[in-house]
Ligand binder design. Structure first.
Ligand SMILES: [Zn+2]
Length: 316
């Protein structure tokens, strides 16, 4: 068994025992001893089969994420690469456009009406260098230009047209938030019907299914990360706050997910109204401790959360 296999097995067992605990305590119904892929809901009785369970990084690994849950290989490949690419690429682009240290960007460089392909490198100290690649340029033309290059020459830099599709970047934020919520709550609420809209969106990145304006960049300190319930009446929802770390810049995001109390479209409508009128919106949130294990293994914590949700349902 490789280290990766051992890790997959450990995660598998952790979430299977979470599921069994919930079934034994009549919190959920269904089959025991299975792991359900959080994206497509396919049940698995072991990590290996024709569609094996694979390590899922949330946020994407290149943005500082760690793998703490499993998704099936099909979801990890298709939903994963089709969606996550747009987020990692965009974060890299923003760094490059600001000439952030430790970045590398492909550019088109205009010299004497001639366009050359090159790379702008910014080192750790912020020193900028431009490299012309022999591979992407006509070698003779390049040689001519390089020997003719003198100090003080004005060159135009043009960033290559972005390959990022804005909608898919948003779905990548949604995916990270949803996977982090699954990591925390396991089987207790994530398989509720209210999350179907999230799963549908992640499996169909070509069409918009999840309502717009579900994410924002909160002004919270770096340390504030986690999965919270928003308690305000009428906007009960789950708020996931996480950092994306490109290695040069850390950016914080907040994503609203449904919770089994309200319709997420109505929640987002109300939230955006509030955000629009009041730039210093404060949200009352539960819970304050962010100990993930408590919501997977500690039946008292799970019961308290479920009864909190039931109470909110009756208030709303
Ligand atoms: Zn799947």
């Amino acid at each position: 068994m490789t280290k990766g296999d051992e890790k997959r097995q450990r995660i598998f067992e952790k979430y299977v025992s979470n599921r069994n605990l919930l079934i034994d305590n009549k919190i959920i119904e269904g089959d025991k001893d299975i792991y359900i892929c959080p994206i497509c809901m396919e049940p698995h009785d072991s990590i290996e089969n024709e569609n094996p369970l694979t390590l899922e990084d949330a946020p994407p690994k290149s943005l500082g994420g760690k793998s703490n849950v499993l998704t099936c290989k099909k979801c990890n490949n298709t939903a994963g690469h089709e969606i996550d690419f747009h987020l990692t690429e965009r974060m890299r682009e923003i760094d490059s456009a600001k000439f952030t240290p430790n970045t590398e960007t492909k550019v088109k460089i205009k010299m004497d009406d001639e366009i050359l392909n090159g790379t702008v490198n910014v080192d750790a100290e912020g020193k900028i260098s431009i490299f012309y690649s022999k591979k992407n340029n006509h070698p003779v033309k390049l040689e001519e230009k390089m020997t003719g290059l003198k100090g003080g020459k004005i060159i135009d830099l043009n960033f290559l047209k972005t390959r990022v599709i804005p909608e898919k970047l948003e779905y990548a934020l949604l995916k990270t938030a949803y996977i982090l919520a699954f990591q925390k709550f396991g089987n207790s609420i994530i398989f509720d019907d209210c999350f179907n809209i999230v799963r549908e969106q992640l499996q169909n990145p070509e069409s918009r299914i999840y309502p717009e304006k579900f994410w924002f960049t909160p002004p919270y300190p770096k340390e504030m990360e986690g999965v919270y319930f928003v308690c305000d009446k009428g906007i009960e929802s789950i708020l996931v706050i996480f950092n994306l770390d490109t290695g040069s810049t850390i950016r914080k995001f907040g994503v609203f997910l449904p919770c089994p109390v309200n319709d997420i479209s109505k929640v987002l409508e109300k939230l955006n109204e509030k955000f629009g009128n009041d730039s210093t919106l404060t949200l009352e949130m539960y819970p304050w401790e962010q100990d993930n294990e408590k919501y997977l293994e500690d039946i008292e914590h799970i019961r308290a959360m479920k009864s909190w949700l039931e109470k909110r349902k009756n208030v709303s």
